[in-house]
Write a protein that binds this ligand. Structure first.
Ligand SMILES: Nc1ncnc2c1ncn2[C@@H]1O[C@H](COP(=O)(O)OP(=O)(O)O)[C@@H](O)[C@H]1O
Ligand SMILES: [Mg+2]
Length: 252
């Protein structure tokens, strides 16, 4: 199962990726988490220190992964993957260290071909924390072309919903079989209804709604892993999302 986590900047993609990673690990899955943000910080949410996160070697660019390619998925994960306190293996695909460093497309290209391979023995579940922005979902070389499912994270704001709708349209063009909305930071009693309405309006089945919890933001500020010990009711909500995804995968 290969899941891409996408959405507008700041909606909670990295947080949700880390929470899902933790949930899958608790269920006994081998998880590979891939950070494609040019400002990578998924490592922090998976329990690495800043130094450890920054020391992760970035995947080689424009590499063709696979039996007939430059490198096998096995080799790539062994060489570039780092074990995190969450229990998942983390790959870092992109890092922009210089101003004007140019397009990150080549890094995305590597992730695309990696996802095209069977990661079976390394990963029962592969989660890709995508950088905000829609360019890497476009038809020409979409990073997530080989994803099985896409979670489009929204917060309770109209703009994030509009971004989600545009994202879902691109994902459909890209041929990703299953595309879902995921409401995050739900606070007001109306927020769940807001997400349900947005899902209906934009024909985007809702994978779940994650409540807003100040302890998540605090963990983020403190540089503490959110994967390890999410507290109720976030943990329950995330578990329901995992159940949902597993159910949907069975139906497909
Ligand atoms: N459910 C939530 N409740 C409270 N704060 C959240 C929640 N989800 C994310 N946040 C906070 O929102 C901010 C942005 O989250 P982040 O995961 O970095 O977003 P993105 O990866 O989409 O840019 C962080 O400070 C994070 O702690
Ligand atoms: Mg992020």
């Amino acid at each position: 199962m290969k899941v891409g986590v996408v959405g507008k900047g700041g909606v909670g993609k990295t947080t949700v990726s880390a929470l899902l990673t933790g949930a899958y690990v608790r269920r006994g899955a081998n998880v590979v988490a891939i950070d494609t943000d040019s400002n990578p910080n998924l490592g922090l949410s998976l329990g690495l220190t800043l130094d450890e996160t920054e020391a992760i070697p970035v995947l080689p660019r424009s590499v063709l992964v696979g039996a007939g390619g430059d490198v096998t998925a096995d080799e790539l994960i062994t060489e570039y993957g780092r074990t995190t306190p969450s229990g998942a293996t983390l790959l870092s695909a992109i890092r922009v260290t210089e101003a004007g460093a140019g397009c990150t497309c080549a890094g995305h290209g590597t992730v695309r071909t990696l996802l095209g391979q069977a990661l079976g023995e390394h990963a029962d579940v592969t989660l890709v924390d995508m950088e905000a922005g829609l360019e890497h979902l476009s038809r020409a070389g979409g990073t997530l072309a080989y994803a099985d499912a896409l979670l489009v994270v929204m917060e309770p704001s109209r703009k994030s919903v509009l971004t989600a709708a545009r994202t879902a349209a691109l994902a459909e063009e890209l041929g990703i079989p299953r595309v879902y909305g995921l409401g995050n930071k739900a606070r007001l009693p109306d927020d769940a209804a807001f997400f349900e309405q947005a899902a209906t309006d934009h024909n985007l089945p809702l994978a779940g709604v994650i409540p807003s919890d100040p302890r998540l933001a605090q963990a983020d500020r403190d540089g503490v892993s959110v994967a390890r010990a999410p507290v109720e009711p976030v943990r329950e909500a995330i578990d329901r999302v995992v159940d949902f995804l597993q159910q949907e995968a069975k139906v497909a």
